[in-house]
Design a protein around this ligand. Structure first.
Ligand code: NDP
Length: 477
């Protein structure tokens, strides 16, 4: 069994109260680890440590910060196997995807090591003065993250925050804190001064709330549910904190009449079911041109049926269990709601058979047709392996349906026509649009939501901006 600890002021520590919680593997309920369960006092101590470390770190050269971030990336890669195994054991995703997540997190650190060097200011000439514009770190940043990509989504915050010169306190998710904490320890082991990176474990309602409400943190970077984001924004407002919110999504996937159906079916099935649909940019609603709907559905079901389900530690597994019983219950509820309102079940719709699945939160990839926007699967975030499919007659109709959502994180369009692609991309209401590609994440480009999917951007140059304040220095001549 793995014994986890928190990280405060450069030291690995238990919770002040001595309280711990168990982490169990969602594939079989085996005990994986005991982790400290901190509270408000632990969070406050971490904030104090980050505050103390801020002056020196904020004034360090970008070259020094870059060297340390590159070293952190090297250590994360070196420890990839250990971190990836913990990730699979705590939240279920297959080991091959856990490895990719850890490696991509190291890439994010490398990217921001260099992007931090390009934190250029401005020089402005005026008749009787000169102006310099500096971009300086905002202060202590609280980083609060969810369980579906606990390492990656933390790296998206830690990388730019450190490159900008902020010190940080991270609050990983309670059901999957292990890999994120080990990732942060690797970052710390790169040689950062004590207190620059801190990790506090414990309930969001205590640790997370303290990080938001305590005036020491000047910035809150959050990824998670829209409701939690709303709470965070309300409570950050008291101290006018900088906030970036990456919230829920409900991504439409439009397949035009002229699309390459093999590519669209394969890409759609991967993005609908990978990570058991527990992805904020998962394919949640599929709109297919009426003329090719039958052919597309056949190919889609064939691709979905090929996915192998099992314990994420086994070889060649494509899908693990869902991360928790409550996630599976919500999926069941959404499928039942759709069927009761007239949807047709084309695949899945229940747990897989077999003793090996009996103790885990498994659920089969599920395909529904005959769906409409009165059903929960078409309006609410299922966060499960469910692909509802319906048809459209014109591209304008498809765009209207796609935009008929409170969310606006990602949209996807499959078409061979450049004109249709541009027409749709300009009209879809989301922070990212994938044209003939099922992923809108690229480290070098901004990622984030419109509407109730939040605001602020991570990744790219914009990811660094959100940890910086502007300062105008005016020199009289
Ligand atoms: P939650 O909002 O429940 O939790 C996210 C984090 O916030 C956890 O660390 C949680 O702690 C913490 N938290 C909970 N309550 C508070 C509070 N009052 N103050 C401060 N922190 C708090 O989300 P989930 O973990 O369930 O993650 C799934 C959600 O994340 C989905 O809606 C998904 O769409 C979204 N998401 C969005 C992404 C995006 O980029 N837009 C990417 C990935 C996921 P604890 O675990 O202890 O409850």
């Amino acid at each position: 069994m793995f014994n986890a600890s928190m990280l405060i002021n450069g030291s690995q520590v238990p919770a002040l109260s001595g309280r711990t919680t168990e982490i169990r593997n969602p594939a079989n309920q085996e005990l994986v680890a005991e982790v400290p369960s901190g509270g408000r006092k632990d969070a406050e101590m971490a904030l104090e440590a980050a505050k103390k470390a801020f002056p020196e770190w904020s004034l360090a050269t970008s070259a020094l910060r870059a060297d340390l971030l590159h070293e952190a990336a090297r250590l994360v890669r070196q420890r990839c196997e250990q971190i990836a195994r913990l990730l699979t054991q705590e939240m279920g995703k297959p080991l091959k995807y856990s490895r990719l997540e850890v490696l991509s997190s190291a890439d994010v650190l490398d990217y921001y090591a260099e992007e931090g060097k390009r934190n250029f200011g401005q020089w402005i000439s005026s008749p009787r003065s000169r102006s310099i514009v500096l971009r300086q770190p905002v202060g202590v940043a609280a980083l609060i993250t969810p369980w579906n990509y606990p390492v990656d989504l933390l790296a998206w915050k830690v990388g730019p925050a450190l490159a900008a010169g902020c010190t940080v306190v991270a609050k990983p998710p309670s059901i999957a804190p292990l890999a994120a904490t080990e990732f942060m320890k690797a970052v710390n082991d790169a040689g950062l001064p004590g207190g620059v990176v801190n990790v506090v474990l414990g309930p969001g309602s205590e640790v997370g709330a303290e990080l938001v409400e305590n005036p020491i943190s000047k910035k809150v970077a959050f990824t998670g549910e829209t409701e939690t984001g709303r709470w965070i924004m309300e409570h950050s407002a008291r101290h006018l904190k900088r906030v970036s919110l990456e919230l829920g999504g409900h991504s439409p996937f439009i397949v035009c009449e002229d699309a390459d159906l093999d590519k669209a079916a394969a890409a759609g099935a991967i993005r609908a079911f990978s990570n058991m649909g527990q992805i904020c940019i998962s394919v949640n609603r599929i709109y297919v041109a009426q003329e090719i709907a039958g052919e597309f559905i056949e190919k889609f079901i064939e691709r979905a049926g090929r996915l192998k389900i099992g314990n994420g530690l086994e070889q060649d597994v494509d899908l693990g269990p869902m991360a928790s019983g409550s996630q599976r219950d919500k999926t069941r509820e959404h499928v039942a709601d759709a069927l009761q309102k007239g949807a047709r079940l084309l695949l899945g719709g229940r747990e897989p058979d077999g003793a090996e699945y009996s103790k885990g939160y498994f659920y089969q990839p599920t395909v529904l047709s005959g769906v409409d926007h009165g059903m929960k699967v078409m309006r609410e975030e299922t966060f499960g392996p469910v692909a509802p499919i319906t048809t459209f007659e014109t591209v304008d109709q498809a765009i209207g349906l796609a935009n008929d959502s409170q969310y606006g994180l990602a949209s996807y369009v499959y078409t061979e026509s450049l004109e249709s692609a541009i027409y749709a991309a300009e009209r879809l209401e989301s922070g990212g649009v994938g044209i003939n590609i099922n992923n809108v994440v690229d480290i070098q480009a901004p990622f984030g939501g419109w509407k109730q999917s939040g605001f602020g951007r991570e990744l790219g140059r914009q990811g660094l901006d959100s940890y910086l304040e502007l300062k105008h220095i005016r020199i009289g001549l």
